[in-house]
Design a binder for this molecule. Structure first.
Ligand code: HEM
Length: 449
């Protein structure tokens, strides 16, 4: 056990057991990532891993996670995964260093202001209705693909005010390829693999270029028309910093890619997991149906309904506890520092994992159980305990947007459909940086109220 910096610290540090020569813990992280990471708190509050030549500290204690995420001077965005994300989407809000962050966040915050949500919710409700309009009783669908199309359509609509019922506009196609490809490219193990002339890489680059062109044209149209279309692009165009400077077209494009990478897959994964959890828990599903029948009486959910849908909201919170989409995230120490009394050298990579925290039995009793009612208590979890949206200055800017979208989608869809995953094929998480389910099919049954 490394010597504590402050000998009196109550936080323990350890090296994770089971590291192999040369490879260290990389095989364990590659083959059974979620189980491996969730098992680390048994060894200490700060656990060191070796991933080939790289060392990383996994922060396992909520108090230390809180410090990691709120001390931007000592811990900045960084680490190998983030470096790759920067190569793919540039230096937008989610990837820029702390020095550039405050300006960007101030400029973009109005786009996600609470007052904008009712307008966004109208667009979300229409896209949700459109995405499910062609479903027929007995259809078998690929659930993650359907949810991805749905959240892409919602994001396209709220970003650019474009809509098309079947999601076949060029902007949808490019957004879908970029949103999927960006996540995959971040996980490519070989340096430079994202630059090889493979069909997937070519498709990704073409889609990113198409999206840049679409954004450029839309920006020109919006500037010429000069009207506020109540979408995110209108807000980005009028955003100014303290010196009255606007975002350049290139900066707007970076932010568009950032919203795509951050908002599409995360919300799609949440919805896909929610359907598997509801299918496996019929008692909760029946109570959900009762709530929806009372409140919606057969019509799609609207923004005004949200306060009357507390169980639907708890289902979203509990799904995000069990399956937080960004399940492992990184920071870099900007200076020689300490965490929990243990020395951290400048340049060290630190990891925090909402998945690990959410599966700690001392923080969430019977942690593997899907129990939306655990959120009935009025006591909020201590900071650093429940972190599906992160914490501190880099907390998710799209939290209310994503939660609203998820609640409206679950309410509208579950009121009319039951989604039953094909039996005999357990739904498993993929191995990417986002905790999304692997493709799985399900049968749709129209509900009779
Ligand atoms: C259920 C849905 C979502 C989840 C679980 C989620 C989760 C997160 C998490 C954990 C972070 C913090 C990352 C870190 O600490 O390094 C984050 C940041 C961010 N998210 Fe989300 N997100 C969701 C939806 C969205 C949506 C819909 C958007 C935009 C349309 C969005 C945009 C962003 C951006 C731009 C950041 C960077 C914020 C900053 O650094 O200031 N997210 N998100």
């Amino acid at each position: 056990m490394p010597t504590p910096f402050f000998p009196t610290t109550r936080f323990t540090a350890a090296i994770a057991p089971g590291g192999l020569p040369l490879l260290g813990h990389a095989p364990a992280l590659l083959h059974r990532p979620h189980e491996f990471v969730a098992g680390l708190p048994a060894h200490g509050d700060l656990v060191r891993l070796r991933l080939g030549p790289l060392h990383a500290y996994v922060v396992c204690h909520p108090e230390l996670v809180r410090r990691l995420l709120t001390d931007d001077h000592a811990f900045d965005k960084g680490g190998p995964l983030l470096d790759k994300t920067r190569e793919t989407v540039g230096n937008g809000l989610a990837t820029c260093p702390a020095a550039a962050h405050r300006r960007q966040r101030r400029m973009l915050q109005p786009a996600f202001h609470r007052d904008r949500l009712p307008d966004h919710a109208v667009m979300m409700a229409e896209e949700i209705a459109g995405a499910t309009a062609r479903w027929r009783d007995g259809d078998v669908i690929d659930v993650p693909a359907a949810m991805h199309r749905l959240t892409t359509a919602v994001t396209a609509r709220c970003l650019f005010a474009v809509h098309e019922r079947d999601g076949s506009l060029p902007v949808h196609r490019s957004m879908d390829v970029v949103a999927r490809g960006a996540g995959r490219r971040v996980m490519l193990p070989l340096p430079g693999a994202d630059r090889l002339p493979t069909p997937g890489n070519r498709r990704f680059r073409r889609a990113r270029q198409d999206l840049r062109e679409i954004t450029r044209r839309l920006i020109a149209d919006y500037r010429a028309a000069g009207t506020d279309r109540h979408d995110l692009l209108s807000t980005l165009l009028t955003a100014t910093d303290g010196d009255g400077r606007c975002l350049s077209d290139a900066e707007i494009h970076e932010q568009v890619l950032t919203f795509l990478l951050s908002g599409v897959e995360t919300t799609a994964a949440t919805l896909s997991w929610a359907w598997t959890l509801l299918a496996a828990n019929p008692a909760v599903r029946m109570r959900l149906h009762a709530e929806l029948d009372t409140v919606l009486d057969g019509r799609p959910a609207r923004h005004q309904d949200l306060p009357a849908l507390p169980l639907t909201a708890r289902i979203v919170s509990e799904t995000l506890r069990l399956y937080p989409p960004p399940w492992i995230l990184s920071r870099t120490a900007t200076t020689d520092t300490e965490l929990g009394g243990h020395r951290i050298p400048a340049g060290a990579t630190l990891l925090y994992s909402p998945y690990l925290l959410h599966r700690r039995a001392d923080l969430f009793p019977r942690p593997d159980r899907f129990d939306p009612d655990r959120w009935l208590t009025t006591a909020r979890p201590a900071p650093g305990t429940y972190t599906p949206f992160g914490l501190g200055a880099r907390r998710c800017i799209g939290e209310s947007f994503g939660v609203t979208e998820a609640v409206l989608a679950i309410a509208t869809i579950a009121a009319r459909w039951t989604i039953a995953p094909t039996p005999g094929r357990p739904v498993r998480p993929g191995r990417g940086s986002s905790l999304s389910p692997r493709p799985f099919t399900a049968t749709l049954t129209r509900r009779v109220r």
